[in-house]
Design a protein around this ligand. Structure first.
Ligand SMILES: Cc1cc2nc3c(=O)[nH]c(=O)nc-3n(C[C@H](O)[C@H](O)[C@H](O)COP(=O)(O)O)c2cc1C
Length: 349
């Protein structure tokens, strides 16, 4: 398998539009996780491209909290703005919503904010979202979905690629597969640069396996389309396993990179024919410190202390005493307590 990793390259259609997207994987949109702090840490470990979490069109239009979270110009501290501008590219801003008109307005705002790619989410599964006819709902209403794709493509300038996030279907019915292809082909006809396809259905949410055979068939059925695969990528080897088994051009890394930015460095090592290395305790400490520092810059100490608990818990799996460290991270209230856990558990000596 490592021989396969050493043979992969980035599709020239991607390089042509996004020259810095120099490895065939990216950090997925992950609501509640993939803010600028997580993205910058990922990039510092070799991630070549990131997607924001899904940003609600109406929130973008009203200039609300979701927009603030993603808008470097609205971020409170100048050095955060600078860091985001310097280091958080290339990046896709992902828009989600209900009507073509509002989705197009949301996409236009993301263009104004400087995103390099506009990603349309027709995949998101939570019940709340479905009831409001967003995201994965459009796998039940593909004609409406294509109208959204059209409206977004129309407002986005030609030099900025649009991309699509989809799931394999709403459920396991045949109609669902037909609907998938209506949306997928609609995007390709409109010259969307790629589609990222999650091999779970909307109904499946995040349960059960991601059906990689669906991706294999899709690649066979649509050999000219640029396709990224998503689902069940837990370690660097999985990236290349998915590419080799299914023929997708690249892979979206999602839960596998929460508290594990090393997955990107390990993937690059495999591409270079080197053995991937587990992070040393010192490397874990540096990544935890850096993530906390960026998170504090973005959200302030109080919010960061709360937000970082879940990251600390994920990071703890690399520690030799995961349970003990996990318990410590769960109750952190401040930067001082964070530092204290690092000094107690993440020192060499
Ligand atoms: C907590 C969480 C939040 C997510 N948020 C988004 C999102 O905002 N946008 C998106 O396109 N996908 C989102 N996803 C889906 C992931 O990008 C990915 O497609 C999915 O987790 C399957 O990959 P995995 O099995 O390797 O985790 C989310 C997934 C999780 C678990």
């Amino acid at each position: 398998m490592s021989r396969f990793a050493a043979s992969v390259s980035v599709d020239p259609r991607i390089i042509e539009k996004l020259p810095k997207f120099d490895a065939p994987f990216f950090q997925a949109g992950l609501a509640g996780y993939s803010d600028a702090a997580m993205r910058i840490v990922a990039r510092e470990h070799g991630c070549p491209f990131c997607v924001t979490e899904s940003l609600l069109d109406r929130t973008l239009i009203s200039g609300g909290k979701g927009r603030r979270r993603e808008d470097p110009e609205l971020l409170a501290q100048e050095h955060v703005e600078e860091a985001c501008n310097l280091h958080d590219h290339p990046i896709a801003g992902q828009v989600i919503g209900i009507t073509p008109d509002e989705m197009a307005q949301g996409a236009a705002i993301l263009v104004e904010l400087g995103y390099d790619v506009i990603d349309v989410n027709l995949a998101c599964p939570p019940k709340r979202v479905r009831r409001r006819k967003r995201g994965g709902y459009f796998l039940c209403a593909p004609t409406e979905g294509v109208e959204i794709l059209e409206a977004v493509r129309e407002v986005v300038p030609d030099n900025i690629p649009t991309t699509l996030k989809l799931r394999r279907g709403f459920d396991d019915s045949e109609e669902s597969v037909t609907n998938f292809y209506t949306l997928f082909d609609g995007a390709m006809d409109l010259e969307y640069l790629w589609a990222t396809v999650h091999g779970r259905s909307v109904e499946q949410r995040y349960n059960g396996p991601s059906r990689w055979e669906f991706l294999t068939n899709l690649v066979k059925e649509r050999p000219d389309a640029l396709i990224f695969g998503s689902g069940d990528i837990w370690c660097a080897e999985d990236i290349f396993k998915m590419m080799e088994e299914t023929g997708v051009h690249g892979v979206s890394v999602a839960r596998g990179c929460i508290g594990n930015p090393w997955i990107f460095a390990q993937a690059r090592a495999l591409m270079d024919g080197r053995d991937p290395k587990d992070p040393t305790i010192q490397e874990q400490r540096s990544a935890l410190l850096r993530h906390f520092e960026l998170c504090t810059d973005l959200h302030g100490e109080q919010v960061a202390s709360r937000l970082m608990r879940k990251f600390g818990i994920s990071f703890s799996r690399f520690h030799s005493k995961p349970e003990e460290v996990r318990k410590e991270f769960i109750s952190i209230q401040s930067a001082v307590e964070w530092k204290c856990v690092l000094d107690t558990y993440y020192c060499n000596s």
